[in-house]
Design a binder for this molecule. Structure first.
Ligand code: C2E
Ligand code: CA
Ligand code: CA
Ligand code: CA
Length: 275
């Protein structure tokens, strides 16, 4: 039997209603999780490709909902951005990551992601300063990862915020490089300390000439601008050898280490935390 117009409308209404309810429920749960310490930060190693030395760890948020199970950051970060929760979420991650890093005797650096909304909703320089003072982490051991979407809306303001953060001695990395619309313009305008080459190009490095050509061009760009390049999402030994041969400075990916809880870092001998 054919579904009539009215039934179709009702059907969609019900579906949309359910989706909206689910989102609202999830947003509530996220707020609860934040207040009740149900969130966790995992750490993924970043290494120099030439020497194979650990440089630092990227902090990545993890949330396990009591009923729905693990919810990926790609789902709950946008949710937090929509409902204004991102600032407290971002502050929480920053504090947690700096507290953890302050205990690594090795002096490894910690890289923390900053969302576009969090970056624009400034007070960020003041928050970063407060957290560094609170945790006693040396500023040069903190790096903030930012995508270009965070910067394009209001360039002069973004530049101002970025300069304030850099003045604290904190480094800035340009995340997902190459995936946006104006990557070159972003590099020209903003004083980044590192380029994180998007995983998409690393994925294609063996399969298509285009990816390889772009990787080479980005590495050359990094060299002439004197900005180190980190390749994201390295999964195979072949990708790793190619990147190393091409002179890529740093790498990150499942091949080198998955994101893991802080306790496991110590167990893997990757950190010389006191405990
Ligand atoms: P991102 O900043 O580009 O982080 C890299 C993502 O790639 C992470 O996913 C990481 O687990 C994953 N990854 C690393 N190596 C590999 C690999 O070899 N293969 C594959 N397939 N994936 C790899 P994750 O943790 O799911 O995070 C996704 C995105 O969510 C992040 O992308 C970032 O944009 C956002 N995010 C995560 N944590 C935070 C946070 O604390 N604050 C903010 N604002 N955003 C966050
Ligand atoms: Ca990142
Ligand atoms: Ca990235
Ligand atoms: Ca990404």
């Amino acid at each position: 039997a054919k579904v009539g117009y009215r039934e179709t409308i009702c059907f969609y209404d019900a579906e949309i209603g359910a989706a909206v309810r689910k989102r609202r429920q999830l947003a509530e749960a996220l707020r609860y999780a934040l207040e009740h310490d149900e969130l966790e930060v995992h750490y993924q190693v970043q290494m120099s490709l030439a020497a194979g030395e650990i440089h630092g760890y990227e902090a990545l948020l993890r949330w396990t909902h009591p009923q729905f199970g693990p919810i990926p950051p790609s789902d709950f970060i946008p949710l937090a951005e929509e409902n204004g929760l991102i600032s407290s979420l971002g502050a929480w991650v920053l504090r947690r990551a700096c507290m953890d890093a302050a205990e690594w005797e090795s002096g490894y650096r910690v890289a923390v992601n900053v969302s576009a909304v969090q970056f624009m909703d400034s007070n960020l320089p003041r928050l970063v300063h407060e957290v560094l003072v609170e945790t006693g982490l040396a500023p040069h051991r903190l790096e903030l990862e930012l995508t270009e979407t965070a910067l394009v809306k209001d360039k002069s303001r973004s530049l101002h915020v970025m300069r304030q953060i850099k003045a604290l001695g904190v480094a800035m990395a340009l995340d997902d490089f190459g995936s946006g619309y104006s990557s070159l313009e972003t590099l020209r305008t903003f004083p980044f300390d590192k380029i994180k080459l998007d995983k998409a190009f690393v994925d294609g490095i063996q399969e298509d000439r285009q990816s390889m050509a772009i990787v080479r061009a980005v590495l050359a760009l990094g060299k002439s601008l004197e900005i180190p390049v980190l390749a994201e999402g390295i999964e195979t030994g072949d990708q790793m050898s190619i990147l190393r041969a091409e002179g890529c400075d740093e790498g990150q990916g499942y091949l080198l280490g998955r994101p893991m809880p802080i306790g496991d870092l110590a167990r893997h001998g990757r950190s010389t935390r006191a405990d």
